[in-house]
Ligand binder design. Structure first.
Ligand code: ATP
Ligand code: MG
Length: 183
């Protein structure tokens, strides 16, 4: 599985100033008082992996991930999140030639998102497939958000099967088949 090694944010939700987090091997915990931005950090990970639902980001529209201003500071018009990955084992199959991957998503108010992989512009689909192959995607079983366990218990068989397929690492194959069939 790919390992996250560094997370950088700027203008994303409450992280208005450039923030650089080195992610060491092993277990990482994020602690802090209510409202300090713990969930926003997890959402930054989800977002850079290609999340398309504003609701999943606790917003009404995707522009809501951009710093919206406070009493002291004006709103921003751009948010950017970059995640560095160690791809030494080639889990991110499409980008197997790169030992290290740097994935950036940038949103500008009113004009949507662009993605870059190692500095080169990429499609949202490429980034989503990268993480689907690595079984760490924005909606994957690797990210368990509040209420998700209950939702799995209550899920219909087809939804539960999709989760098992994701866990087995074949989610990316289905996404590719769907893309091929709809072309
Ligand atoms: P808890 O312990 O209650 O779960 P938390 O550490 O997870 O708290 P978050 O939910 O990550 O906290 O952060 C909430 C804060 O982020 C709120 O103060 C909210 O105003 C701020 N916030 C969210 N979106 C934006 C935005 N677009 N612009 C500015 N601030 C934002
Ligand atoms: Mg929280």
């Amino acid at each position: 599985m790919v390992a996250f090694t560094r997370l950088r944010l700027t203008g994303f939700k409450s992280f208005v100033d450039p923030t650089d987090l080195v992610i060491e091997p092993g277990l990482t915990g994020v602690v802090g008082p209510n409202g300090c931005g713990k969930s926003n950090l997890v959402e930054a990970l989800r977002w850079v992996m290609g999340e398309t639902s504003a609701k999943q980001m606790r917003g009404g529209e995707m522009d809501d991930v951009i710093f919206g201003g406070t009493g002291q500071r004006p709103a921003r018009n751009i948010a950017e999140v970059t995640i560095d990955l160690d791809n030494a084992d080639g889990s991110a199959a499409v980008f197997r030639q790169f030992r290290e991957l740097e994935i950036t998503r940038r949103i500008e108010r009113g004009s949507g998102s662009v993605y870059r992989v190692n500095g080169k512009e990429a499609r949202a689909r490429d980034v989503q497939l990268l993480f689907a192959d690595a079984a760490t995607g924005a909606r994957s079983t690797a990210m368990v958000s509040q209420g998700r366990v209950g939702a799995i218990i209550a899920a219909r068989p087809a939804q539960r099967r999709a989760l098992l397929e994701e866990a087995a690492g074949i989610g990316g194959l289905h996404a590719r088949r769907h893309e091929a069939e709809t072309r």
